[in-house]
Write a protein that binds this ligand. Structure first.
Ligand code: NAD
Length: 233
């Protein structure tokens, strides 16, 4: 069990591995989402300009998969931790699914965006909730301003959301934990190096991440088994 004192502040970074036991494929695993699509053809501003239909086909597929997924014990353990720590827990996810929220977490920061939101690619209308599937041959959604409606996702080559808040919380934390993330996608992969040396750093995941040497401890196994035993409720 992780000892957390009344003055500790915890920063938890989650990745695709935390949703794997809910049936959402990770990006690089055997059933990885990228196996049927080439990253640059579906998840970049260039892809959006070149073939928005293919981009929406990919994100409609992801919406379909995520809409039937349910939170697993790892999400639930993190929700219970938030209920205990309140704003002393900063939960930052690279996941675009809503399983942390479905489990009951209320302060989730989605640094790579949210699958069930869309926004205009031209005007500054705020992102809005959107569960629709825009599979071809459906018409592509358009904004009143004439712009295209795109997924509210941080694509390769774009700047992740809320970085200022994230780095402030990294500077304030006394324990850093990463769960189910392969440690290759920047800037999240460097969060541990940013806090390292100053705070305790723990990795929980199915295998050693690429940045394993930056952690003080690596706990290898399924998030849904390790987190309920590790985190106080
Ligand atoms: P990744 O696919 O690169 O790595 C997933 C990691 O999870 C691997 O290291 C793997 O060993 C581990 N893992 C697999 N099953 C696990 C389990 N049951 N318990 C614990 N760990 C497990 O994922 P990443 O590092 O998050 O990749 C970054 C990008 O992938 C992000 O941009 C993210 O937005 C995106 N992504 C999101 C989702 C989602 O929203 N659910 C799904 C796939 C990818």
């Amino acid at each position: 069990m992780l000892a957390i004192s009344p003055t500790d502040r915890l920063f938890v970074l989650t990745g695709a591995g935390v949703s794997a036991e809910s049936g959402i494929p990770t990006f690089r695993g055997v059933n990885g989402l990228w196996r049927n699509y080439r990253i640059e053809e579906v998840a970049s501003p260039h892809a959006w300009r070149r073939d928005p239909r293919l981009v929406w086909e990919f994100y409609s597929m992801r919406r379909r998969v995520a809409s039937s997924a349910k939170p697993n014990p790892a999400h639930i353990a993190l929700t219970k931790l938030e209920q205990r720590l309140g704003d002393r827990l900063f939960l930052c996810t690279q996941n675009v699914d809503d399983l942390h929220e479905q489990a009951g977490s209320v302060r989730v920061v989605h640094m790579h965006g949210e699958l069930f939101k869309s926004r205009c690619d031209s005007c500054n209308r705020p992102p809005f909730g959107d569960t629709a599937l825009y599979d071809p041959p459906a018409d592509l959604p358009r904004c009143k301003c004439g712009g295209g409606i795109r997924p509210h996702i941080c694509w390769f080559g774009e700047v992740p959301f809320e970085l200022e808040r994230i780095f402030r919380s990294l500077d304030e934390c006394s324990i850093f934990m990463a769960v189910g993330t392969s440690g290759v996608v920047e800037p999240a992969a460097s969060f541990v190096a940013h806090v390292g040396g100053r705070v305790r750093t723990i990795y929980v995941g199915a295998e050693e991440p690429a940045n394993a040497t930056a952690f003080t401890e690596c706990l290898i196994g399924k998030a849904g088994e390790i987190l309920p035993a590790l985190l106080p409720t």
